[in-house]
Each structure stands twice: as structure tokens, then as C-alpha cells.
Design a protein around this ligand. Structure first.
Ligand SMILES: NC(=O)c1ccc[n+]([C@@H]2O[C@H](COP(=O)([O-])OP(=O)(O)OC[C@H]3O[C@@H](n4cnc5c(N)ncnc54)[C@H](OP(=O)(O)O)[C@@H]3O)[C@@H](O)[C@H]2O)c1
Length: 353
């Protein structure tokens, strides 16, 4: 792949939904990035989006027109999961690098195909797993691995909220890849993976909702909530939960043999603390309670944290990399395989499967 040497990396955003807006807001804060163009299925939607993020952002009424813009280096794909593969194919055929929203695709086979396409076209590809690019999460991962907080024995992570949406919303429509696992469960699974390494086994229970896809009319079985357990090297365990029908804490905690790490809003934390526990060896009669220690991020958080994933893409493009060491293809595939195994165990299936 040719190294991108422009003074600024020129971005195009494919789709104009909720996450596209959140990403665009943060992209404006990344020093060597410029939002050049946006593409939507409907021109008025692209025009309204472009107008919000600065003068001169080009608006296209189709994804095809967006990827044909010669002034765009990299495309951010922000459509529902079911369309990521076809959108990425379009972008690669247009000669673009790709940052693609999570989950990369619905199935392992489709993710493998997307990664193979990136390779055939010699283009960079990264799943937009912003948690893995977050400076706070990275600091925790590095210091935990170095043994600073003891040996981790248990990770708990949960993410969920009550989804109130129309049946054709991507959160509820099986044609669009709906379900708690792929939308939210990917975060607790990723957090456990980042902190404990690859799971040696996973088990799961799901609350299934059987419903037809609005476009296909074919039945799917999507998970409204999912509870998972994982086993990891050294006897470490994880409990993980994701839900579209209840309010969870959105927090993670790591219990080690020396104390406890608390990570509120674990997929983009603004504060991480380690509270050491006294052991018999360091206990003295006059010792007061042990104070929590703040775990500081390695570098500033850009915006909500989406800015850090964009900055990581820019860094990789300047270095001529085809994948990011923070979200390597192998890690994306490992998580996709885990979710496929969980889908198999629980009976989650999409129309036509
Ligand atoms: N990283 C994160 O924190 C985060 C947060 C939320 C979501 N996500 C991921 O981002 C992706 C999009 O989520 P979102 O919440 O932004 O969804 P959304 O609000 O429904 O927006 C999706 C956009 O995709 C385009 N689209 C193309 N074909 C579509 C179809 N048949 N039905 C609906 N929309 C279609 C539409 O844009 P146009 O009309 O402009 O073409 C639409 O606005 C998902 O894969 C999700 O997992 C990530």
C-alpha cells in the first residue's frame, strides 16, 4: 500500500445516521484529519449532514458517488451491520481505505471476505472498535499486563439500555442485523479479551424474540438480552451481559489478587480506579484504609473517544500499514468467531440463515 503523505488525511463518511454524526463531531477535533465528503441514500440527507460539519463538505446522493470522489483517502462506514460488507466492497473498488463500524459483519465468513478484499485491493481496513483505541482502556490494558495491579481473576462487564424504536429500526429489525449480542455484547466480550486474552471457552443464555424482517418478511430470532461466561488462561473467568430491554450499569470491574479495578462506562471510560486491598503481609495495626489509585489515560481523549480511533487510522495510513495493531484483523475475527459460537449456542439467527 502506498503511504498517504497528504498534510491532512481526507475522510468520507458513508451514511448519515446517529453514529455518523457522533463520529463527524469528533473528526473535527483530530488535527490532521479533514471531513471532505459525505454520502447518503438520499441527497437532502447528505446535504443537511454536510452543512453541519463545515463549509465545503461535499454531499453525495449515493454511496457510489461518494467512493468515486478522488479527493477522499478513507471511508468511514456507518450503516447497519447487514450492509457493511457490500459498502466496504464498494469503497475498496473505489480505491479507498476503510474504517468500518462494529461488528464488521454478521458472520465470520463475511468478515473473512471483507479482510480478503482489503488485501486484494491493497487497502487499509480496521473495525471501528473504539474501545480498543481509547487511551484509558489502553493504559489499563498495558499496566494490568505488566502486573501492576496483581493477577486478574475475574472480569465483569455489562452494557444495555431499553430500546424504544420502530420495528424497522436497525436495533430491532432482523434484516438489519438487530440484537443485543452484535450491537452491545461485542463490547463486554472485547473488554474481557483485551484484559484477559483470548477465551478458551464461552457459554451463553439468550432471551430470544422471533420476528420477521421488515423488508424480507423472513423470520429471524434476535436476542433482546444475552448473558455470557468466559474462561481464560490462568483460570481467569468473565461474566458479561448485554441487553436491549433493561438498564444496566454500563460498568466493568476487574477483581485481582491485590484489589479491584472499577471502570464506569467501560467502553469509553472517563475514570478508572484501582482500590488495593491490604494483605496479611502489608497489614499493620495503625494502617488506615487503602486509598483508590487513579489510572490515567496514556494520552488525551479526543472528543468522546471516536477521535482516537480516527487518529489511529491516520497514524496507520501515514505508516503504510494495512491493519492497526490496536484492532488487528485477527482480533476482529476472534471476536466474530466468539459471537458466531454464542449465536450457535443460543439460537440467534438472521433471516435466510
Ligand atoms: N461505535 C459506536 O459507539 C457505535 C454506536 C452506535 C452504532 N454503532 C454501529 O454503527 C452502525 C450504524 O448504527 P447507527 O446507530 O448510526 O444506525 P442508524 O442511526 O440507523 O443509521 C444507519 C444509517 O445507515 C444508512 N442505511 C443504509 N441502508 C439502510 C437501511 N436499509 N436501513 C437503515 N439505514 C440504512 C442510513 O444512512 P443514509 O440514509 O444517509 O444512507 C442510516 O441513517 C451499526 O453497525 C452499529 O453497530 C457503533
Amino acid at each position: 500500500m502506498a503511504v498517504v503523505t497528504n498534510e491532512v488525511i481526507r475522510w468520507g463518511i458513508l451514511a448519515t445516521g446517529k453514529i455518523a454524526h457522533a463520529f463527524a463531531r469528533d473528526l473535527l477535533l483530530v488535527p490532521d484529519a479533514e471531513l471532505v465528503a459525505v454520502g447518503s441514500r438520499r441527497l437532502p440527507s447528505a446535504e443537511a449532514f454536510a452543512a453541519q460539519y463545515g463549509e465545503g463538505v461535499r454531499a453525495y446522493g449515493s454511496y457510489e458517488d461518494l467512493v468515486a470522489d478522488p479527493d477522499v483517502d478513507v471511508i468511514y462506514i456507518a450503516t447497519p451491520h447487514a450492509f457493511h460488507l457490500e459498502n466496504a466492497r464498494l469503497a475498496f473498488e473505489g480505491g479507498k481505505h476503510v474504517l468500518c463500524e462494529k461488528p464488521l459483519t454478521l458472520s465470520v465468513a463475511d468478515s473473512e471476505e471483507m479482510i480478503a478484499l482489503a488485501g486484494q485491493h491493497g487497502r487499509f481496513l480496521m473495525e471501528a472498535m473504539w474501545t480498543a483505541c481509547h487511551p484509558g482502556v489502553r493504559a489499563l490494558q498495558r499496566r494490568l499486563a505488566a502486573g501492576e495491579f496483581g493477577v486478574p481473576a475475574h472480569v465483569h462487564a455489562e452494557l444495555g439500555f431499553v430500546v424504544q424504536a420502530a420495528a424497522d429500526d436497525r436495533m430491532l429489525d432482523p434484516d438489519l442485523g438487530a440484537g443485543a449480542l452484535l450491537d452491545m455484547g461485542i463490547y463486554p466480550l472485547t473488554f474481557a479479551h483485551l484484559m484477559l486474552g483470548e477465551a478458551t471457552s464461552l457459554t451463553a443464555q439468550a432471551d430470544l424474540h422471533v420476528t420477521p424482517g421488515t423488508a424480507s418478511g423472513k423470520e429471524g430470532a434476535i436476542d433482546m438480552a444475552i448473558a455470557m461466561t468466559g474462561a481464560y488462561a490462568g483460570g481467569a473467568l468473565a461474566t458479561m451481559h448485554a441487553s436491549m430491554r433493561s438498564w444496566t450499569t454500563s460498568a466493568a470491574a476487574i477483581a485481582t489478587d491485590r484489589g479491584r479495578i472499577e471502570v464506569p462506562e467501560f467502553h469509553h471510560p472517563s475514570r478508572i480506579t484501582f482500590t488495593p486491598k491490604a494483605t496479611m503481609a502489608d497489614w499493620t495495626a495503625d494502617a488506615g484504609p487503602l486509598e483508590p489509585i487513579e489510572i490515567e489515560p496514556d494520552e488525551p481523549v479526543i472528543g468522546s473517544g471516536y477521535g482516537n480511533e480516527a487518529a489511529e487510522v491516520n497514524r496507520c495510513l501515514r505508516a503504510g500499514l494495512l491493519e492497526s495493531p490496536l484492532v488487528p484483523h485477527s482480533q476482529t475475527l476472534t471476536l466474530m468467531r466468539q459471537m458466531e459460537e454464542i449465536r450457535r449456542q443460543t439460537g440467534i439467527r438472521y433471516p435466510g440463515e
